[in-house]
Structure formats: structure tokens, C-alpha cells
Design a protein around this ligand. Sequence first.
Ligand code: ZN
Length: 287
Amino acid sequence: MWQSQKMLPEQMIAIFVFLFGLIIGSFLNVCISRLPAGKSVVRPRSRCPKCGKEIRAYDNIPVLSYLFLGGKCRSCKVRISPVYPVVELLTGLLFLACYMVFGNSVLTVKWAAFSAVLVVLIFTDWRERILPDAVNFTGLGIALAISFFVRPDDGTAAWLANRMFDFPPPAPVISFADAVIGAAVGGGLLWLVGEAYFRLRGREGMGFGDVKMMLMAGAFLGLRRTILTILAGSLLGAFLGAIFIIASRKGSNYELPFGTFLGAAALLVVFFGTPVVIWYQSLFMIR
Ligand SMILES: [Zn+2]
């Protein structure tokens, strides 16, 4: 009889995925605050930046501890940045969204990992204009490794293979090739844009961090979604950047966090990009 009251397995997995996202978000906070300064994310335990008191396990529960302590350190009452619970909640929601959209599949693992990497980059670039190598290269490694386990869906490598070989290579090879092509185009395009900007204005417009970020993102996204991400990120940057510069009167020399815009665009492309990719495909009759 009580069986009708039981939660569906999918709902239980969804809750578990959300809670797991919160815990990962808590680790991403450590990455965001330590990696730009080149510090270890493993040791030492987290401390209050003001009074130096070690944060206890029961004060380190994602989101809840922040709410329970009213956003203040337990011992010295200094205000704790609301970025911490925001990062935790955002990561939990992104993980949940991955599960809702991609279900019980390797794709959920792939896009959740990508989301986690992007959350760190979005915040480190926004706060300190730094896109840490450790994050970019870890992400690149995950993307290349996981490409062997997902079905290729970009179509670029398959299109090329059809023209180059008499027999189709196995799916994992096609999928890996798609990741490599995406990485090359993502990093390459950003490098070209940076070069053009440097030639035109005679100063560095973008750090090499953006190039490495899109190298990594391209390996997750594949060719089409990479191009879409760069387009969307540039539009987002131009639009929000102009508003921000006007509103804050910082002047046009103000360095915008381009990585933050690229990261937000990549997340939009993961969850809403497929219809655009299909439309684009029909427009140019690529296959
Ligand atoms: Zn304190």
C-alpha cells in the first residue's frame, strides 16, 4: 500500500543530482577563491578571511549554512560574500538541468562536468580577470576523455570521414575527432580575433586565457556549437558591456570579462543551442 506513496526513481535521482551539484558547487567556491592566486584547492581547510578561524564542517553545508548564519562568520561576524551560496545553488541547478534534459546518459555527466568548469571560469574572470590554466587544461582533459564515450553529434568529423575513407571509422574515433576539431577552431578563432585586435589598436585586447578557454570549450562543444558560442558570447559582451560601461562611467578602456560572457554563452548553447544548430544546418544544407 505504501508503495503508491513512494517517490519515482527518476525523482529520487533528480534530488540526488541536485544535492551532489550543491556539494560540487561548494568545491568550486574553493577553486574560485584559491586558483587565481595559485593556491592549492586541496589544503589547507577553509578559513574565515578576516579572523582566520577554521570553518567547521557543520558551518560548511552548501547554501543552508549561509542562510543559517545570516551571511556572517560565526566567530567574528564579518559579512561573507553572497557569491558563495550563489555558486552552490547555480551548480546544483545546472546539474539538475543536465539530468532533466539529458537523462540517464553519459551526456549528463559530460555537460555537468562542462557546467562545473564554466562556473569557475565565469566567476574568476568576472572577479579577477583570470581564467586559470589549471581549470582550462583539466576541462580539456575531461572533454577529450569523455568524447570516446558519447555518440558523435556534431557531424563535422563524420562528414570529413565520409570523404576521406572508404569505410567509416568507429564512432568513438569520430567523436574524438569532433572534439579535436572543436578545440582547434575554438582556440584558433579566439587567437585570430586577439591578433586582429592587437594589430588594429596596438594593445592587448584579450589575454591568452580566452584562447585556452575556447580550446577547452571547443572540445566539449564540437565545431557548430563552438561557433555559436563565440557569436553569442561576443553579442552578449558587446550588449551587456556597453550598458555596463555607460552605467558605471568606466570609459572604453575598461577591460571587460570576455571569459564570463563566453562562459554564459556556452551554457546557453548547451541547453538551448540545439534548435539553432538544426536551423543553421537546414540553412546551409551542410549534410
Ligand atoms: Zn571570522
